[in-house]
Design a protein around this ligand. Structure first.
Ligand code: ATP
Length: 234
């Protein structure tokens, strides 16, 4: 599988924010999208998720245009947002059932998988809880459970390291590694290079709406003259 973003140009009504973004993600590859606040990371992701209409460009998965094929998009893409999106009237168990239904997963094996994921994030005793009872970090964990449960070819993750406790970060990293070993593609935005370096194969640095540099952590640190700093701040 290959996700190809070609000359993606877009933004908001009357404003062009990202220009000629080219990015390739291969099967098993974990790509980190980094850049300062306002560089265009979220805008790029919103275009990839079809939440904004692009002005120009192409987003294809194995040659299939994801913008023109909502069915292919729905089947192949899962998203873990930085700000959790949960239905206030649905319990954790009902959220799990919704993901199983939405992605057309085999119910029994998917539910077992969900219970395993819930255990990793200490949510297994909270299946009948409503979102109002969860802390912000717990909600983020629910989104992570849902994202990995979907088993989609491409997992898009926004700022996964903010707000998670160290055990959750370690479990999250293991899940990304397993997904990558399983041939899935992962695109994540992050500022936290120290944790990302364990899993990210390639970083793409956005600056002012364009990709300024691509490379592994050593290449990125060298290019920007970064020392062993945790965050991308140049
Ligand atoms: P951060 O690290 O702060 O999340 P980012 O790299 O994700 O930043 P974006 O949110 O993509 O950056 O913002 C890129 C540019 O688009 C900024 O100049 C921002 O002001 C602008 N922008 C973001 N959202 C909107 C919007 N809804 N309407 C108009 N402009 C927007």
């Amino acid at each position: 599988m290959t996700l190809t973003i070609k000359k993606l140009t877009g933004g908001y009504t009357g404003i062009t924010v990202i220009k000629d973004i080219n990015l390739k993600i291969e099967s098993g590859q974990v790509v980190g999208l980094i850049g300062l606040n306002g560089a265009g990371k979220s805008t790029t992701i919103k275009h990839l998720l079809g939440l904004l209409r692009m002005q120009r460009g192409e987003i294809t998965l194995n040659g299939i245009d994801l913008v023109q094929n909502p069915a292919a998009f729905k089947k192949n893409v899962a998203y873990i947002p930085e700000t959790p999106i949960l239905y206030p009237e649905l319990t954790l168990k009902e959220h799990i059932e919704l993901v199983i239904l939405a992605y057309g997963l085999d119910h029994d094996s998917a539910y077992e998988h969900a219970l395993h994921l819930c255990k990793l994030f200490r949510l297994e005793n909270k299946l009948d809880w409503l979102p109002i009872n969860f802390s912000k970090g717990m909600k983020q964990k629910v989104m992570i459970v849902a994202g990995f449960l979907a088993q989609s070819s491409l997992l898009v993750i926004d700022e996964p390291f903010t707000g998670l406790d160290p055990l959750a970060v370690a479990n999250f990293i293991d899940l990304v590694k397993a997904a990558s070993n399983d041939g899935k593609m992962v695109l994540m935005t992050t500022h936290v290079l120290a944790e990302a370096q364990e899993i990210v194969d390639k970083f793409a640095v956005l600056n002012n709406g364009t990709i300024e540099k691509e490379g592994n952590l050593t290449e990125i640190r060298k290019f920007y003259g970064l020392k062993d700093t945790d965050s991308f701040d140049r």
